[in-house]
Design a binder for this molecule. Structure first.
Ligand code: FE2
Ligand code: FE2
Length: 288
């Protein structure tokens, strides 16, 4: 049986985090402002505390210490606080402390966070409107958490084979699961009724050629750039190499279709990643 059919039979799939529902409601309605977002964040004290911690981190180099959320929204911007709220509320509910002893969850989270940052950078340069880029990047590998939680034995086998045979995660999982973690993650986000663009970006981040939504290409490139920049998850996973990225059939197909971001845009994203690597790591650690 395909893993998606098996997933449909699991009755207690995680439900959408309450804070996330509230944040999305504020974000998606037309006439909301910093005050409304601050109100939602205030209700969740742990979330509010984490946002302030990040706001005061070196990544933003604010002139002075920020002590309240409304001020943080004013200084960081509505979108930035929205993205942080989404990140924290999703991961707080899915980032289970149990299981996963054989893979480094903190490294996984750091990878997702870096991909979120890069997807947002690329999306801006690709002229992508809409606010789903950061979330799509952050959640792109969500399916791996679901595999780990609901299919731990197979998931462990995949990781062990990646380690032993130096193969790509996606190739082994497709053979064993009949589909990949992108599709699995997208399935859950679809169940949660999240925006179609977000679902498309996550579902097809390894198959951007077949996906008309540009966001899948942005996540695909961001993920590859993260690997090239040294932000892989498993220690045995080889770091990506830019030449190999350009030679891969997916990249070539995107280029032929005129859908690949320019070399300059991609190179700039790598430079930005290098410049901010330390801060991004620190920020990711703060959000856990
Ligand atoms: Fe992935
Ligand atoms: Fe990834």
């Amino acid at each position: 049986m395909n893993i998606l059919d098996q997933l449909k039979d699991i009755v207690e799939l995680p439900t959408i985090p309450t804070t996330l529902v509230r944040v999305l409601r504020v974000v998606q309605s037309e006439d909301t402002d910093a005050k409304d977002l601050a109100k939602v964040v205030y209700v969740d004290q742990a979330l509010a505390a984490k946002i302030l911690k990040v706001a005061n981190s070196a990544l933003y180099s604010l002139p002075r210490k920020v002590n309240d959320i409304e001020r943080a929204v004013a200084l960081l911007g509505f979108n930035e606080v929205r993205d942080l709220s989404l990140s924290i509320s999703v991961f707080d509910s899915l980032y289970l402390p149990t299981g996963g002893a054989y893979w480094n969850r903190a490294k996984f989270w750091e990878h997702c966070f870096v991909v979120a940052y890069l997807t947002r950078e690329l999306a801006r340069n690709m002229g992508l409107e809409g606010g789903n880029a950061f979330s799509a990047g952050l959640l792109h590998d969500l399916g791996k958490l679901i595999q780990d939680r609901y299919f731990p034995i197979v998931f462990r086998q995949i990781i062990e084979r990646v380690d032993a045979e130096q193969l790509r995660f996606i190739d082994i999982e497709t053979a064993l699961f009949g589909t990949d973690h992108g599709v699995i993650g997208g399935y859950l986000l679809g169940l949660w009724n999240l925006p179609d663009e977000l679902v498309a970006g996550v579902s097809n981040h390894h198959h951007p050629v077949e996906e008309p939504e540009k966001i899948a290409t942005a996540v695909y490139c961001a993920n590859e750039m993260a690997h090239i920049g040294g932000f892989s998850v498993l220690p045995s996973e080889p770091d990506g190499v830019l030449e190999e990225f350009y030679a891969s059939p997916t990249t070539v197909a995107l280029q032929e279709a005129g859908r690949l971001p320019s070399e300059t845009i991609l190179a700039n994203s790598l430079v930005k990643l290098e410049e901010n690597a330390e801060e991004l790591s620190a920020q990711a650690a703060m959000l856990l």
